[in-house]
Design a protein around this ligand. Sequence first.
Ligand SMILES: Nc1ncnc2c1ncn2[C@@H]1O[C@H](COP(=O)(O)OP(=O)(O)OP(=O)(O)O)[C@@H](O)[C@H]1O
Ligand SMILES: [Mg+2]
Length: 313
Amino acid sequence: MHVVVLAGGLSPERDVSIRSGRRVANALRAADPSIDVIERDVDSTLLKSLRTDAPDCVIPMLHGAAGEDGAVRDVLDGLGIPYVGSGPDACRLAFDKPVAKALLRTEGIATPRSVALPHSTFRELGAASVLDALVAAVGLPAVVKPARGGSALGTSIVNDASELPAAMVNAFAYGDVAMIESFVAGVEVAVAVVDTADGPRALPAVEIVPDSGFYDYAARYTAGSTEFFVPARVSQEHSEALAKLAVRVHTSLGLRDWSRTDAIVTPEGAMFLEINAAPGMTETSLMPQALTNAGMDLGELTAYLVRAAVARG
Ligand SMILES: Nc1ncnc2c1ncn2[C@@H]1O[C@H](COP(=O)(O)OP(=O)(O)OP(=O)(O)O)[C@@H](O)[C@H]1O
Ligand SMILES: [Mg+2]
């Protein structure tokens, strides 16, 4: 069995992807030495090598656009190469935060109020008047983030309207559409879902408590800067609701193999923030912690998903 782990790419999350890819590749090698695992970056020579020396399976560990927007998976489908993870359409729905929220809202899933604004609209309508309307629509404090992005890059918490212009510029630096969302106070959690022979299964929720108070890029990837609690310190009722929520999100968007739902637990219940089709797998990432707590091995899970991908062809 010959497996290629795709990691790197040109997204701002390139470094994170390389670390996720390395971890998954090493875990897979350790779990099943009969599998030949190669780590491969995405560049102009990739397709040629996939064509001439087609692997049995690809594991796309690419974060950010191109990796999570479905494009690479469309190409893999075109080449007829099986891969671990969601198909292109599910990725498209999941990667676009306003689209995922809109879809899930129609299913009655609670998610913070939000507005999505393309840069062109922002300019056409005049930044000042648009900002007033945004504040009226979502209220303050608010969170401004790129509609399509990850690792909290370009994300800011805005407490005062005077901070909004800089936050918009920060978000537009990572993409053409910014999303402004009501800030939700509560317990931040991530709930991973894995597809098993018995259907999708939610892993224990991971509670995130950053020293700085904001789970930004530094808090994510600087060891020791964030405290995690697995399982999350929420009531039994909330923890069951979180598991249900994550499985519902996974199935509603048509996700496959693995995903991670990010949410905030308030006294009234969980609010859906966003869903990741290619969950981070670095040393400080959330899903590996959930797997450990559930007594599952990342390498064994990956080997199982590789075989499932090969079987579905
Ligand atoms: N509505 C909100 N209320 C409170 N905090 C929020 C809200 N939205 C985002 N945050 C904070 O900002 C962080 C980044 O936001 P979010 O998870 O939506 O984006 P992301 O960059 O795609 O993340 P990931 O790397 O997990 O894919 C969250 O981990 C959370 O700490
Ligand atoms: Mg997130």
